[in-house]
Design a protein. Structure first.
Length: 310
């Protein structure tokens, strides 16, 4: 038997193409940009790298295409010391890509072409059963089919793992009935919270109301992320609000994924739920101080330094 993994991540693997301009274009408008870059991305990939950079044993389950972008992704994952045993090279589908526009205020808009990510099925779950059944934490997102997420969540819960679910991008029709009963911790942002609960939270009070609705759908813990306005959390007998950290933001694209990677790492390390959420919020804030997705994930030392000063 291979070495048990602390955190398993089932999700998307992309190559990001990031453009930067003073502002984002309006519909039908063409703008001159200032620069562009390519980097490793995809919500699953980003969260796996984020947890790994913090020091957690991490495995990634997903697919890339048999193409140039796929090789770029595999090489980058290897450079972060993320195991590749459960990443399938899919000869029938292209590697997923994301085209990301970022403006001078660090706001972004993203177009994702899923490619091989949308071909992830229960076969991938079965192929990675060893990693899933030895994981203490399973991280899920929605850049792969939701049905596959549901299968993995049910398997992980049977073995006692904690399932952390980032409902992004949230489907406009909502989640399948009963899906959240197989999730332990859900971490939506404002838009995703609105889709899942009908409440668009803009402050602590509205976030609290939304969290209650998420509890009603079956989750033990709900974390409502309000971006630059803070984070509300409720679960495991704890609830509270964390004010935003003061950092110089230049790119917000990795904030949510680094938040989740930090949350998984902190929970695995044995931190209380409230401490883990604060640690995660610091990870998300630090991610906005760097450009890119996976490359923006902070180290444990960087997080410790921020927590010590704020």
């Amino acid at each position: 038997m291979g070495r048990p993994m602390s955190i398993a991540v089932l999700g998307s693997i992309n190559v990001d193409i990031i453009t930067r301009s003073e502002r984002l274009p309006k519909p039908g408008e063409t703008l001159h940009g200032e620069s562009y870059s390519t980097s490793l991305g995809g919500k699953g990939c980003n969260q796996a790298v984020a947890a790994r950079k913090l020091g957690s044993e991490t495995t990634l389950i997903g697919r890339v295409g048999k193409d140039g972008f796929g090789q770029i992704a595999l090489d980058a994952l290897a450079s972060y010391d993320v195991p590749l045993a459960n990443v399938l090279v899919d000869a029938d589908n292209s590697t997923g890509i994301a085209v990301i526009g970022v403006d001078a205020n660090a706001e972004n808009c993203i177009t994702v072409v899923g490619g091989a990510n949308m071909a992830v099925t229960d076969e991938d779950v079965a192929r990675a059963k060893g990693a899933l059944t030895t994981a203490k934490i399973l991280m899920l997102q929605l850049e792969i089919p939701v049905e596959t997420c549901a299968s993995a969540a049910q398997l992980a819960q049977k073995t006692g793992a904690t399932v952390i679910f980032d409902p992004a991008p949230a489907p406009s029709q909502g989640l399948p009935d009963g899906f959240l009963k197989h999730v332990d911790v859900v971490t939506p942002n404002e838009t995703e919270t609105h889709i899942l609960t009908g409440i668009l939270p803009t402050n602590e009070s509205e976030a609290r109301q939304a969290a209650e609705k998420l509890h009603e759908q079956g989750v033990a813990a709900a974390i409502v992320k309000l971006g630059a306005h803070g984070v509300y959390y409720s679960g495991y007998g704890e609830r509270g609000f964390i004010k935003p950290f003061s950092v110089k933001s230049i790119d917000s694209v990795a904030a949510g994924d680094c938040f989740n990677g930090g949350l998984a790492h902190a929970l695995h390390e044995g931190q209380s739920f409230s401490s883990a959420v604060r640690f995660a919020a610091a990870c998300g804030a630090l991610a906005t101080t760097k450009i890119g997705a996976a490359p923006a994930a902070p180290t444990a030392d960087e997080v410790a330094a921020l927590l010590a000063t704020q």
